[in-house]
Design a protein around this ligand. Sequence first.
Ligand SMILES: Cc1cc2nc3c(=O)[nH]c(=O)nc-3n(C[C@H](O)[C@H](O)[C@H](O)COP(=O)(O)OP(=O)(O)OC[C@H]3O[C@@H](n4cnc5c(N)ncnc54)[C@H](O)[C@@H]3O)c2cc1C
Length: 500
Amino acid sequence: MLTRCQRPGRLGEIMRRALDRLSHETFDVLIVGGGITGICVARDAARRGLKVALVERGDFAAATSAHNSKLIHGGLRYLRNFELGLVRESLRERRIWQRIAPHLVHPLPFLVPLFGAGAKARATLAAGLTLYDVLSFDRGWLDDPKQRLPGHSWLSAADAKAREPILDRPDLDGAFLYYDAQMSSPERLALDCLIDADANGAAVANYVEAGHLLLRDGRVEGANVRDTTGNTSFNVRAKTTLVAAGPWADIFLAHAINRPPSHKLLRSKGIHVLVPSLTREFALTMATEHGHFFVLPWRGHTLLGTTDTAFTGDPDKVGVEERDIADFFAFINTHLPNARLSRDKAEFFYAGLRPLVDDGSGDTYGASRRAELVDHGKDDRLDGLFSAIGGKWTTSRHLAQQVVDRLVEKLGIQARKCDTATARLPDKTADVAGAVRDEMALTLEDVVMRRTGIGVFGPPPAETLDDVSRQMAAALGWSEEKRAAEIASLAHLYRTQDDA
Ligand SMILES: Cc1cc2nc3c(=O)[nH]c(=O)nc-3n(C[C@H](O)[C@H](O)[C@H](O)COP(=O)(O)OP(=O)(O)OC[C@H]3O[C@@H](n4cnc5c(N)ncnc54)[C@H](O)[C@@H]3O)c2cc1C
């Protein structure tokens, strides 16, 4: 039975910053953070009929949800830790993303080459891939035949070299071929989920930062927030509050409640570097004694990822250092000498922080990628407050489903059944005017990096920036100084921290 019915039928044509609604209404849930976790929760909860508020202090999906390997994958390597549940969950979710967002998620064939590895290593990998196939038994249950993924197979050395000449090494034994999936734009996919949430009545706004929590008799009743564009503050009132602040979750909570929260996060830095295309068709998973790396064909380029190092600094200051690139390229050149990577090949680079559940081991590579829903009513005596931490892009939809189940239980209401696994996402193309008018783009970076994606291959040409910024200036009433400042502010995206 539907208990709350909200503005159906807007069809997601226009999203506006819902500042008025945020400051006047009382919501079932306030979500702090507009990365893929918060966005998926907003989409699920709104579709079930809950009254949803979401605030994001920057732009949507501008943090970890943009700075990753762009894979929708089962996590083959988690089999090594026997995390069968996580792998099965990821494989099921992979198929769901393929089904609900075929415009942005597509199959990606991988080769795992073996070099002088010996029979035992080959047999172990064959067993792992067989298990991966078994756990993804439903990978063909998709209407579109192009989305159906075949099982794994073995290619001889000659065959593997013929398909990907970069693998040409005298000690190549051959390669396993298997399939996963890739997002052509995580930023757009997250936005499409948000457009769906908005169309189902969620009140959302970017550039609104949550500060202290509203507390009454041990109950959390929302948060005080600041609209950073106008520097005004107001309260958002809600019966439950969910922290979905990614790598900032524990830091936000420590500030918001004025004491350390019960759950700590482990942060792990990973960099990616975009270079001119290195392979013809296949992605490569290269397993080494110091972890694995990916060589990923992506929109006519190759995305190299990733590193995995514990990060203890300020998450606001994470970035790529020259040394990160030099060490990463040296590592790849050692294992894939035909890559011949040099600094001038780097077209674009970025760093992200994995928000991992701290298991006490301090080992970020080995730490589980599972997600956790924390009820701070139990753990911190803050009734009505929850945190969703850890997890993967791939499993964010399912995490959201579990979060909303818990919120519905807490609210003591009846809501519609979750339908996010079957409801197709909108497929929208952003042009500059539409991005400003309908998609809450407020800065040049929002348009260039996350609405149109013209800046994700390296610095766009000056004429393009001139043209885009003039269109934005016309729509948003920018002065010439503001327009110049917006262009200048993009420079940081293409500099290492050494140049900052
Ligand atoms: C290097 C790397 C590679 C990865 N590769 C993959 C991959 O290939 N496939 C995969 O499935 N997963 C991958 N992941 C994991 C995946 O990217 C993350 O699990 C996911 O993006 C986390 O999303 P999130 O919404 O929890 O966090 P975020 O995207 O970081 O969102 C949190 C948001 O909270 C906002 N926020 C913080 N404080 C406040 C506040 N006070 N008020 C309002 N808003 C606030 C932040 O601005 C931010 O936008 C990778 C991660 C990394 C780092």
